[in-house]
Design a protein around this ligand. Structure first.
Ligand code: BTN
Length: 258
């Protein structure tokens, strides 16, 4: 990836400092390592990852030359219990960036998936160093499948994964997409920092493929099924279970039921 081209497209504060690697274990791991000694808005980008990490201990397929793997270092003044807000903010920013650069309509699936119809185009892994109730720094990692051919996904995810190329039939240069992801993140992060997280939540709801659907959520040792009714001000998912009770879920693995 041509990192100078990425830099030339940056208009905000995020991406003022970029650490670029041809290959790295995981951009999130690298960003967590340097977060304490670099500026807010610094970004780690890699052309490939050898130990790309997904949520819930899964791995993230990260071949060179085709996709986007980046991690943004932030110091939001929000409570640690509200970290899901950063994931939702990032999902909104990514969806806007993909619409602008590739014309692709992306929906968001709680808490961290970027979807096109029923297939996953990208994912977000938010991690943070926490002290008491305070986030010392947060790392928002985003992986987007851009020019990956459908046939190159491993067998076990081929039916549920997609890429920008697979959806549009075209190859896209990654650099403008990366710049726009950073610009949109800058825009939505300023909204968050300005105390207007309600705007992020309503935009997330507009883009959501989760709300109003019957879902199954595995959260730790608990499994819930019911109607996904809303998200609360901290980004938690409210699910109405058959007894009528509302369950407030902070994280988990969600399946939309047909
Ligand atoms: C998920 O959907 O499970 C989250 C996937 C997050 C993948 C990205 S790629 C860049 C960053 N570095 C990682 O190791 N993971 C995230």
């Amino acid at each position: 990836m041509d990192v100078d081209l990425v830099k030339s497209g940056i208009t905000g504060d995020i991406g003022g400092k970029i650490f670029y690697y041809e290959t790295v274990g995981s951009t999130n791991t690298a960003a967590l390592e340097i977060a304490g000694r670099t500026e807010e808005g610094a970004v780690v980008i890699s052309d490939s990852q050898t130990k790309g990490r997904g949520r819930l201990g899964r791995c993230w397929i990260s071949p060179p030359g085709v996709n986007i793997y980046l991690s943004i270092i932030l110091r939001p003044g929000i409570e640690s219990g509200h970290i899901t807000l950063l994931t939702l903010m990032s999902a909104v920013a990514l969806a806007h960036a993909l619409k602008k650069t590739a014309g692709l309509a992306v929906s968001v699936k709680w808490p961290n998936d970027l979807m096109v119809a029923d297939r996953k185009l990208g994912g977000i892994l938010s991690e943070a160093k926490i002290s008491g109730k305070h986030i010392v720094h947060a790392v928002i990692g985003a992986g987007v499948n851009v020019n990956m051919d459908a046939g190159d996904f491993p067998d076990e995810i081929r039916a549920i994964a997609t890429s920008v190329k697979h959806e549009t039939g075209k190859n896209f240069p990654r650099e403008p997409v990366v710049s726009e992801i950073l610009n949109e993140t800058d825009r939505w992060y300023k909204i968050l920092q300005g105390g207007r997280s309600g705007e992020i939540l309503s935009e997330w709801q507009r883009l959501s493929s989760t709300l109003g659907r019957n879902v199954l959520v595995v959260s730790g040792l608990e499994t819930y099924s019911g109607l996904a009714e809303a998200i609360d001000e901290g980004g938690m998912l409210l699910v109405r279970i058959p007894s009528g009770e509302i369950k407030r879920i902070s994280s988990g693995d969600l399946t939309v039921l047909k």
